[in-house]
Design a protein around this ligand. Sequence first.
Ligand SMILES: Nc1nc2c(c(=O)[nH]1)N[C@H]1C(S)=C(S)[C@@H](COP(=O)(O)OP(=O)(O)OC[C@H]3O[C@@H](n4cnc5c(=O)[nH]c(N)nc54)[C@H](O)[C@@H]3O)O[C@H]1N2
Ligand SMILES: Nc1nc2c(c(=O)[nH]1)N[C@H]1C(S)=C(S)[C@@H](COP(=O)(O)OP(=O)(O)OC[C@H]3O[C@@H](n4cnc5c(=O)[nH]c(N)nc54)[C@H](O)[C@@H]3O)O[C@H]1N2
Ligand code: SF4
Ligand SMILES: [Mo]
Length: 708
Amino acid sequence: MENEDSQEINYSSIPQPTETATHCPYCALQCGMLLTGLRNSVAVLGNGSFPVNKGALCIKGWTSAATLNHPERLLAPLARHGEGQLETVTWDEAMDRIARAFTETKARFGADAVGVFGGGSLTNEKAYLLGKFARVALRTANVDYNGRYCMSSAAAAANKAFGIDRGLPFPLEDISHAEAILLVGSNLAETMPPIMQYLQAQRANGGHLIVVDPRRSLTAQAASVHMGLTPGSDAALANGLLHILVRDRLIDEGYIRERTVGFERVRGVAATYWPERVERLTGISESQLLSAARMLGTAKTAMVFTARGPEQQSQGVNNTLAYINIALALGLVGKPYCGYGCITGQGNGQGGREHGQKADQLPGYRRIDDPSARQHIAQVWGISPEEIPGSGKSAYEMLDSCGRDGGVRALLVMGSNVVVSSPNVLHVEERLKTLDFLVVADFFPSETALLADVVLPTAQWAEEEGTMTNLEGRVILRRRAFDPPPKVRTDIQVLCDLAARLGKGQHFEFDSAREVFEELRRASAGGIADYSGITYEKIEAHNGVFWPCPSEEHTGSPRLFTDVFPTPSGRAQFHPIRHEPPAEEIDAEYPLFLTTGRVLAQYQSGVQTRRVAELVNLSKEAVAEIHPTTARHNSISDGDQVTLSTRRGAAVFTARFTPGIRQDTIFVPFHWGGVQAVNRLTNPALDPTSRMPEFKVCAVRIERHQED
Ligand SMILES: Nc1nc2c(c(=O)[nH]1)N[C@H]1C(S)=C(S)[C@@H](COP(=O)(O)OP(=O)(O)OC[C@H]3O[C@@H](n4cnc5c(=O)[nH]c(N)nc54)[C@H](O)[C@@H]3O)O[C@H]1N2
Ligand SMILES: Nc1nc2c(c(=O)[nH]1)N[C@H]1C(S)=C(S)[C@@H](COP(=O)(O)OP(=O)(O)OC[C@H]3O[C@@H](n4cnc5c(=O)[nH]c(N)nc54)[C@H](O)[C@@H]3O)O[C@H]1N2
Ligand code: SF4
Ligand SMILES: [Mo]
């Protein structure tokens, strides 16, 4: 590790480049961009030679460089003395305090009392190293990450059905050739705008787009059919569509016979979802159901996509499996210009779920309870398999355990703002305050960092190298355009230094992301997500490499499932799914559904985008979308301040009349903290398999806000 002095000398001695091809710091599309100029006057251009976004960026991408020199940037480590304020300290002092706190916690409460919380914005190298740090340096089972709030339901469903979880098993360019697309609970027009060019091309080729969303979102407005279903009724809708497809003989019996198992039970369940019943459960009329089923069933090529709408529910895995059943029954998966895809969310939402920052996982998408996986990883790490802990607590359960007997007592957060983005945040904040020790690594004083005992300032995307895996499974290279500010370190430096102070330095001798990647390649070799044939050079030469890529000669795998599925039988698995109501149903006290999500100009918990002036101009506060009729029933006018309350808490928003939303539903984005945090309201009910919280549906009451 460098000491502080040598870091400063290195900083000023490296020349600054004038143009760097890299990728956007935000979502899973990972748009290619060019950075030009010096760091205090950097210009961002879309990279026209990167095939995914083809030069297009959204407003967040265009303005992304504004965070680099932002006045609120953390430029030195901070620590709190006793109950006092956070104050600037040296790196040595900060790291010593962390090492001491972790060592004391382990000694008093055992290794599992130290928790690690990661994120899907971390590069593959960091996600890998964070998982290794937890297992090797801390020896704790308790490592999980915010992907539990994001991708876990779709991941579990894809693993069950196909034996592998790669969000899109085909490149985005295939979309424009699909005659019919079923897009479920995804608002791409705001969450990944450059993808709309593929949907526009698809429409121009005569294709149909069906959008399933309780709101007539910007994306739904571009659709041929918009099904405005009741929140929480996706499995009923999917079964209703399958009912008609079976009844009208639109399914592919040959494909079902040759490439799948388990259809007969699914056929039996679908038979009980006749249109009148489905209309009662979902609010979708028989005629609309019929036209959507016909579009899908008669198309020569078709695709089914899910995103957070159906997935972020306590029935999230089942909802996703119900839509996968449609794709399988139509014989789509593995055929050209056809298939099922889950639209991954965070910048490295895909790679972040493959390399071991998940509670039940080892690198290469290996299971932590698989003896041969433990053997392989232990050998790469130079330890014995028995030293690798077992499976730990999932994200929300880990936060909920904080400060309790048998729970986490000291926590490291790297890449998440958990007191804004978790469900039931008032409770999460209360739990974090009972911790003996909290350390947060971030580049801004996030709401979570402000609660910490020690805050570590880390490098931003344009200041570090590393790989990311986009929503297509394409591994790409984030290049370093600038040096970090003098006293700012990379997450990799932080983890290696801390490991050394914990006496495990010999396992963390990495001087660069590239060195970590070389070990990741070996660790992933032979796993499901096999990166062993991927090198930085190969990524540069081919605009990214699709995993699996098991050898240096291998050119990567843009399209999966063309011949077989990586399941024991080689076939895809159907799952019979019955509709179950959400964990919380509406009643007289809380008569409306609350659903939550995103708006174009803000990103996630808002730590980065709430600091960019252009984005604040577009979206300065959390707005509650409400149908005008519902608003009038509750004596609310457009623009009023309103209080929303649920069984967990209350929050205050500005009401916006939105005729395109269901009358029984209110929508609020989750990008703000404090009294505007919609997660004060959300229900932490978890899916039994994925442990995904139910962000997308709970019961709410609305009133005009009374100042007190
Ligand atoms: N601008 C912006 N873009 C982003 C992000 C961001 O924060 N801001 N975050 C990124 C990340 S991490 C993610 S995960 C993706 C998420 O991308 P999306 O999944 O597109 O985003 P959401 O807005 O969470 O949810 C999508 C839609 O689900 C609908 N919905 C709500 N309840 C239900 C339901 O019960 N059933 C169905 N079928 N639909 C329902 C909502 O009305 C919403 O329009 O976006 C990525 N891109
Ligand atoms: N109500 C509701 N809640 C939701 C959702 C919803 O739809 N509705 N969606 C959920 C989903 S899908 C997601 S993905 C989560 C996201 O929510 P969070 O997990 O809070 O994600 P971010 O806001 O991206 O937080 C990332 C934090 O890490 C910092 N950061 C970014 N990159 C790095 C890095 O490389 N290193 C370090 N050290 N720090 C970094 C950022 O500055 C920021 O403070 O929210 C979930 N919460
Ligand atoms: S779509 Fe996503 S990756 Fe592309 S510019 Fe916008 S935020 Fe960045
Ligand atoms: Mo996400």
